[in-house]
Design a protein around this ligand. Structure first.
Ligand code: PLP
Length: 382
């Protein structure tokens, strides 16, 4: 048995060059949205082959903007997984849209196409897809359903930086994609997000909405070539990213593929060490040719035969120094949503999965021996 160690659930990977870059931004005295934000957008899009991107202050803001340009009207319905972070759904509610909770597939915890179809009504306008943990959702089937029923698809790609679906990165599709750079995500700017989309006119509108709906960026307004005059073209939000955040992201972009390889090593080690445990269901790589997991999360599932229930496992692992997390608490069972939209709703797979899942520590700065320690504790308890 290994001796006790303290292992955090998540830790951002901050390359040593980051501090110097932040220093340069501060010294330039241009600290909000500016040249570094533009560089970050371009570098991000180049890496995943996205046509256009707008960097914003969070994925929540990105989702709000994506929903805002989708021409939803109050009373419209949008199909969403209950099994996601609450912000995917909160932002619909702010637009007066009714979230229609949908069940997931057992093999990926992503939307179940058969269940999507059963929930479509004449009021349905869109499907919001979450690539859970960074495993791509079954986009071929979902796209077919969307085409037949004339629905928009919006991708919550918070977990899906460097996820590939059939040879293309998430972000290089026909849909609006929303990424998160929150502190726990595979690429972080402390807080931040990005919207990618192939068509420039809509991206221009999203950019404008992210900056009050005014016709010019502050960067243009205050730069030497800029003018003090601006027009408010529509009521917008204040969702821009700053150059301070953008350089944090830029330094991580430089090592993103290396970080990905490190994650894969750790994941393979977990799989190797846990695969003989008959009481566990382990996450798997996507089976489609050309599809790749980003491994944002490593989420295990306890079988009925396990010696311990999930909640007790969390407590016992904490005693051994290991922090874990649960992704996600189903939203249709959260008080506000249950009361407002889903009183009678049962989502059998979501509910079953929720009771038995646990996300283990996974980040670049974890060592192979840390993984061995976590795995040995899990094997001892489960
Ligand atoms: C993290 C997360 C978000 C929200 O991201 P923020 O950048 O914190 O706003 C949205 N959806 C999912 C699935 C997430 O995991």
């Amino acid at each position: 048995m290994n001796s006790f160690r303290e292992i955090a659930f998540s830790k951002p990977h901050i390359p040593g060059t980051t501090l110097g870059e932040i220093d340069k931004v501060l010294n330039s005295r241009w600290i909000t949205t500016g040249p570094k934000s533009k560089e970050f957008e371009q570098g991000f899009c180049r890496l995943i082959n996205a046509k256009n991107g707008v960097a914003v202050c969070s994925c929540t803001a990105a989702l709000h903007l994506a929903y805002s340009v989708s021409n939803f009207k109050p009373g419209d319905e949008v199909i969403v997984p209950s099994f996601t972070f609450c912000s995917t759904i909160n932002m619909l509610v702010h637009l007066g849209v009714k979230p229609v909770f949908c069940d997931i597939l057992e093999e990926s915890f992503c939307l179940d196409p058969v269940d999507i179809e059963s929930r479509i009504t004449p009021r349905t306008k869109a499907i919001v897809v979450v690539h859970f943990a960074g495993k791509p959702a079954p986009m071929k089937e979902i796209t077919r359903i969307a085409k037949v029923n004339k629905l928009v698809i919006i991708e919550d790609a918070a977990h899906a930086f460097l996820t590939k679906y059939k040879g293309r990165y998430i972000g290089d599709s026909d849909n609006i994609c929303c990424f998160s750079f929150y502190a726990t995500k595979n690429l972080t700017t402390a807080e931040g997000g990005m919207i990618t989309y192939k068509k420039k006119p809509l991206i221009d509108k999203i950019r404008m909405l992210s900056m009050h709906g005014i016709s010019k960026h502050a960067w243009n307004r205050y730069s030497k070539s800029g003018t003090w005059k601006y027009k408010v073209l529509m009521p917008g939000y204040k969702y821009n990213i700053t150059d301070i955040q953008s350089v944090i992201g830029l330094e991580q972009l430089k090592v993103a593929l290396e970080s990905r390889r490190k994650r894969l090593l750790l994941v393979n080690r977990y799989l190797e060490k846990l695969s003989s445990n008959k009481n566990l269901i382990l996450p798997t790589n996507p089976s489609d040719k050309g599809s790749e997991h980003s491994w944002h999360l490593f989420t295990i599932r306890l079988k009925r035969t396990a010696k311990i229930d999930r909640d007790s496992l969390i407590e016992e692992m904490k005693k051994q120094g290991i922090s874990t997390s649960v992704h996600f608490i189903p939203n249709h069972q959260q008080k506000f949503y249950r009361k407002t939209y889903s009183k009678e709703l049962r989502l059998p797979v979501t509910e079953k999965v929720y009771k038995s899942i646990l996300s283990l520590p996974l980040y670049e700065d974890l060592s192979i021996s840390d993984v061995d320690y976590v795995a040995s504790i899990v094997n001892g308890l489960v």
